[in-house]
Design a protein. Structure first.
Length: 134
């Protein structure tokens, strides 16, 4: 993994801010339709609860967990948290409904569970280190 520089951190922050704005716009347009955006691939359970379901499993010897969260930390309102062996994996939902993480940022996946699994594969047994925004 490349060294984290101020330029990369600022670029990531700008991308996250742009994604959050796009996600807000997509969420407001999706609320106008009872089934979400056409072709979003969301299940009725996801639509009913406003997001993906919680999960807790062992994948390739690592414990991965995901659950909806509200408030606190860097989340503003409702969000979703993913953990690998108890360490938080920062994930983000894209406007098209796909998910990315700080570990596999350029490989969108359909669910937070898939993002956690992709991160486990990418980490190759290494521990997930805390991501400090500042």
């Amino acid at each position: 993994m490349p060294e984290l520089t101020r330029r990369r951190a600022l670029g990531a922050a700008a991308a996250l801010a742009a994604g959050a704005g796009a996600q807000t716009l997509a969420a407001s347009s999706a609320s106008a339709s009872p089934n979400g955006p056409a072709g979003s691939g969301r299940s009725m359970a996801e639509h009913h609860h406003g997001g993906p379901e919680a999960f807790d499993e062992v994948y390739q010897g690592r414990r991965i967990e995901g659950r909806p969260v509200t408030g606190g930390g860097h989340h503003h309102g409702a969000g979703y948290a993913v953990f690998i062996d108890g360490a938080e994996l920062h994930v983000m939902s894209n406007a098209d409904g796909s998910w990315i993480s700080v570990v596999s940022h350029y490989a969108p996946v359909p669910t937070p569970r898939a993002a956690a699994r992709a991160a486990v594969v990418e980490l190759q047994g290494a521990p997930l280190l805390p991501f400090v925004a500042n």
